[in-house]
Structure formats: structure tokens, C-alpha cells
Design a protein around this ligand. Structure first.
Ligand code: TRP
Length: 382
């Protein structure tokens, strides 16, 4: 079996550090590992319309933002196929058939969807398309025969739903679809980066994100005003590093090289802190001020973002090239999705053009002259 990855994002905003540690870095790493035969990255613009039907402009504008973010993080279009969901209409056809395999009660139990419904205040006015997006996500995954889906943990219910659809489909219609597996980021810290305000999650609506496209000045301002341990009032006070976003970010981004570079005392030739453990220990016992840690964090984030910014700058100067990448990717994706759709329709039994038995049965039933074929290649009727 081939190793095929599919993953994606809704284009509803620019991507931030949470996306970088939660998914983008892992994708780039998987892409460059050489272990995968094919990699598909979907910009899920159609899914984004399910809760933005009155604001399509927002979805449309963010397609390019997400594409720029992908490319600047190192997604390489010669290795990974980036495509637009709305450019692959076969996905909607697949969704339509999968809908019959899922109950309303099952959809309503999806914890991520439930949370989103509460969060968006849909209550009793849930758009049907929104409630069913996990089914369309199953179409996204199965259309490309993906066996691996790298995602954040909020997407696990979608992968579970996909697996159920695959099992039901294969049981009813014969072995047709590939059952995928979710792959979470290895580093536990990376599964969810808190907001700069200490809230559990970076979220554009709260305004607690550091964006990949932020300027050095914007990053510096955000880092320097980050929430830390509220009980760490004086430098001499002992501080908490566990629920402290500054330290959580450091565990996600800081490498020992950063310590070697930043904390080298040039006069003594000594390292003030060798690694994060030493820095944490000092903060915990007291005597280390937030300013000093934040300045270091800013250095680390800048080091992480500098190459990303440079690539972004190139692509910002070549916007038509970026759209071309999306269109080429979409053409390639569409071919594969069309093959899957044909296989699915054949498995279900809705494949009239190739179903000579059906036609001849009807001929016999009604007394028409049956049709004959001399070779397999002529089997297609039209
Ligand atoms: N639901 C995902 C998000 O919120 C986007 C997405 C659409 C996706 N189709 C997918 C993710 C298929 C993984 C696999 O960002």
C-alpha cells in the first residue's frame, strides 16, 4: 500500500505560531522525510463557507494568506500538492453518498462540532452544511486514499468519523476505501500552544496570536506584553513555569543552540544558562525577572520566523505564481478524486455506463435485442 498524507486548513485567517508548532512544522518534516508517496494539503475553502455563508469574501481573501503561510513555512509544491477544495467538485459527490451512512445523532455527538456550535452561538439555527462538515471531511480524506492524516487533537473526532464511514462503506459495498489514521505532533507542548494572554488556545477572534506574517516589531510588542505568572510580582519571587505561556513557548521553540548564542557571557566565556531546564530552575526558585525571559523568547521566535519571513517576502512578490501553484495542485487533485468517485459509484452500483448486465437484463425483460461487445475496451457504452 502507498503511504499517502492528506491534511488541510480552513482559510478563515492567517496562520499563527499555534499552527506552526501544531501542524505546519510537522508537515514540512513529513514532507522532507521521504517516507510518503504522495502528500496533499487542502485549503478547505468549501468547508469554510459552512459557517461563513454571509461572508465569502473573508474565505476568499484568506486563501492566499494560507497559501503564503504554507509556502513560507517550507511546504514545497514540487513535493506536496496544495489544492483548493472548491476546485474539486467530486468531493461533494462523495459527501452526498457518505451522508447516507451517518445518522443525525452521530453528527450531533461530535465534540468538536458541538463546541463550535456553542462558540458560534448557532443554538437552534445550525446550518445543515455546518453540521455535516465532518462527512465532507471524510470525503476529503478518502478521495485521495490517504492513510495518514496529520492533525491537531481537535480534529480527532473527524478522523474517527471518517474511519466509521470507511468501515460502513466497505461493509455495505465491498472493500473500496482506505481507513485513515490520525497523526498528532510528537511534542506534547505542541499539541496546543496557549494564547499570549494565557488562554488555552491562540484564537484570532480573541486577538492573542502571534502570526507568522507579523513584523519583528509586532512580534516584539506581543512578546513583551505576554501574560506570565501573575504571582511572580518581584524578580526575587519564586515563579511558576508550568502554566506560564512564556515558558510554554520556550519549550516549543527554544533549542540549546539558542541558549549557547544568547546567554554566552563574552567576558567570562561562560554560559549563563545551558538549556531550558536551567532557566526554568532559576525562575522557579526566584531571582529571574520576566523581562529577561521575554527578551530571550523574542530572540528565539525571531530566529524561528526569520527564514519564514524571507520566503514569504519572495512569494508576496510573486502572487500569480502562488495562484498557479494552487490551480496546478487542484488539477492534479481533481484527477485523483475523480478516480475515487468512479470507484465509489461502481462499488455502490451506480455505474450505468459500464453496467452491461443491467442493460441486457432490461433488454431481456422488455424483449429488446441485447448489446454485445467484442472486447473489454468497447465495454463503455458512451
Ligand atoms: N477541519 C479542518 C480545520 O478546521 C480543515 C480540514 C478540512 C481538514 N478537510 C480536512 C483537516 C481533511 C484534515 C483532513 O482546519
Amino acid at each position: 500500500m502507498e503511504n499517502i498524507i492528506l491534511t488541510g486548513d480552513r482559510p478563515t485567517g492567517r496562520l499563527h505560531l499555534g499552527h506552526l508548532v501544531g501542524s505546519l512544522s510537522q508537515r514540512v518534516q513529513l514532507q522532507n522525510s521521504g517516507q510518503f508517496d504522495q502528500i496533499f494539503i487542502e485549503i478547505a475553502d468549501a468547508q469554510a463557507t459552512t459557517d461563513n455563508s454571509g461572508n465569502i469574501q473573508k474565505v476568499k481573501d484568506n486563501v492566499i494568506e494560507v497559501a503564503l503561510d504554507y509556502l513560507s513555512c517550507g511546504i514545497d509544491p514540487s513535493k506536496s500538492t496544495i489544492f483548493l477544495q472548491s476546485e474539486v467538485p467530486e468531493l461533494s459527490d462523495l459527501t452526498f453518498y457518505y451522508m447516507n451512512l451517518v445518522t443525525l445523532a452521530r453528527l450531533q455527538r461530535n465534540p468538536t462540532v458541538k463546541q463550535e456550535i456553542t462558540y458560534r452561538g448557532f443554538d437552534n439555527s445550525i446550518p445543515v452544511g455546518f453540521l455535516t462538515y465532518p462527512i465532507s471531511q471524510a470525503a476529503d480524506i478518502t478521495a485521495f486514499n490517504a492513510n495518514i492524516v496529520p492533525v491537531g487533537d481537535d480534529q480527532l473526532p473527524m478522523i474517527e468519523q471518517t474511519r466509521e464511514i470507511v468501515r460502513t462503506f466497505n461493509r455495505l459495498y465491498g472493500e473500496t476505501l482506505v481507513e485513515p489514521q490520525a497523526v498528532l505532533p510528537q511534542n506534547v507542548v505542541c499539541q496546543r500552544l496557549p494564547g499570549t494572554d494565557g488562554q488555552a488556545k491562540m484564537s484570532k477572534s480573541i486577538g492573542n496570536c502571534i502570526y507568522l506574517a507579523d513584523s519583528p516589531e509586532e512580534v516584539r510588542k506581543k512578546v513583551m506584553s505576554m501574560y506570565t505568572d501573575p504571582n511572580h510580582l518581584k524578580v526575587s519571587d519564586p515563579g511558576d513555569t508550568k502554566d506560564n505561556p512564556v515558558f510554554i513557548y520556550l519549550s516549543a521553540f527554544a533549542k540549546d543552540e539558542h541558549f549557547a548564542e544568547y546567554f554566552m557571557n563574552k567576558e567570562t566565556g561562560k554560559l549563563e544558562y545551558k538549556n531550558l531546564e536551567e532557566l526554568k530552575a532559576h525562575y522557579e526558585r526566584g531571582g529571574l525577572g520576566d523581562m529577561k525571559v521575554k527578551k530571550f523568547l523574542n530572540f528565539v521566535i525571531e530566529d524561528t520566523l526569520a527564514p519564514i519571513r524571507a520566503r514569504r517576502h519572495y512569494y508576496e512578490q510573486h502572487i500569480p505564481e502562488v495562484y498557479q501553484i494552487l490551480f496546478d495542485g487542484s488539477d492534479k487533485a481533481r484527477k485523483i478524486a475523480a478516480e475515487t468517485l468512479q470507484r465509489v459509484k461502481r462499488a455502490i452500483g451506480l455505474d450505468y455506463r459500464n453496467d452491461i448486465e443491467l442493460i441486457n437484463d432490461q433488454c431481456i425483460k422488455y424483449g429488446s435485442e441485447p448489446i454485445t461487445y467484442s472486447s473489454d475496451s468497447e465495454k463503455k457504452i458512451r
